[in-house]
Design a protein around this ligand. Structure first.
Ligand code: ATP
Length: 283
């Protein structure tokens, strides 16, 4: 039996460059991990089945689950004859912009590699994982990276300076496809400072980092769900160093360099958001 951790990710930046002929948007984004983890256990079976156990009413346990897809792809591609039981303990909110499903899939790729002693490198797993999802290659490494293409091309970056992350997940679910579908050219007016953010990470400069966070999709999702703007304002008034929506939303995160500051942000969110987490930035 083996265990794998699947950390959530946040976007420090997310810039949509243009829509490609294959329907995907060409993106440029910096992603990093936070200490909010799903946990997976993988065990070999005597039969050839993939059995996924998840105690969560909104998470499918069949071929629709990204962890199931990852196990199936590994079995088919590497001729694995034995089945696997995967027990998935969810802590990351669903459809939240935190890549919970992608991180579970990445943990499954890493776990299958270990369980069946395939000896594949993270690079090989990362390339294979792009076949089932654009954010999974990043999650295979689970560190900090500049992600381009449709998100699957990675350049690893230095870990961000230590900080607290306050995650506020409003009581709505957002479909990534709907958000990209509603994205218009005008939404690109905001200048996303990915290059400045890369420089800030390279210099280990927290102040420069918090001044250059940005997400093109924030405007689109906020038009659908104005609560995102009010969560941001609540965080800003409570004194975060920066606040931004992660991915296609709806989770809003705030960064705080001091624990006391982070705790007062959590307090300010009480009463306006039921699902709030205070975690550390991992990278
Ligand atoms: P991203 O940030 O990559 O857009 P997300 O955090 O917004 O991802 P997920 O939580 O990964 O979204 O899930 C979106 C949908 O995918 C859910 O509604 C669920 O039905 C389905 N799904 C498939 N596999 C999983 C999984 N392992 N965990 C959670 N949801 C999953």
């Amino acid at each position: 039996m083996i265990y794998e951790n699947a950390p959530a990710k946040i976007n420090l930046t997310l810039d949509t460059l243009y829509k490609r002929e294959d329907g995907y948007h060409e993106v440029e984004m910096i992603m990093t991990t936070v200490d909010l983890n799903d946990r997976l256990t993988l065990e070999k079976r005597r039969d050839k089945k993939i059995v996924l156990k998840v105690e969560h009413r909104y998470v499918p346990t069949d071929h629709r689950n990204l962890a199931y897809k990852a196990a199936k792809l590994m079995m088919d591609r590497y001729g694995i004859e034995q089945g696997v039981t995967i027990t998935l303990d969810k802590a990351i909110p669903i459809a939240a912009g935190l890549a919970g499903g992608s991180s579970d899939a990445a943990a499954t790729f890493r776990g299958m590699n270990r369980l069946f002693e395939l000896g594949l490198s993270l690079e090989v797993l990362s390339e294979l994982s792009a076949e089932i999802g654009s954010d999974i290659p990043f999650c295979i490494y689970g560190k900090t990276a500049l992600c381009t293409g449709r998100g699957e091309k990675l350049k690893m970056l230095p870990k961000p300076p230590a900080a607290w992350v306050i995650l506020a997940k409003p009581d709505i679910s957002v479909s990534t496809a709907d958000v990209y579908g509603a994205l218009k050219v005008e939404d690109k007016e905001a200048d996303i400072q990915t290059e400045q953010c890369v420089k800030a990470l390279e210099a280990g400069d927290y102040q420069m980092l918090v001044e250059n966070l940005g997400n093109t999709l924030e405007k689109v999702t906020t038009e659908m769900h104005p609560v995102i703007q009010s969560l941001k304002e609540t965080m800003q008034k409570a004194g975060v160093d920066a606040a931004l929506m992660s991915g296609s939303g709806p989770t809003v995160y705030g960064l705080a360099s001091k624990e006391r500051q982070a705790k007062s942000v959590v307090n300010a969110l009480k009463g306006c958001c039921k699902e709030v987490y205070m975690v550390r930035l991992l990278g």
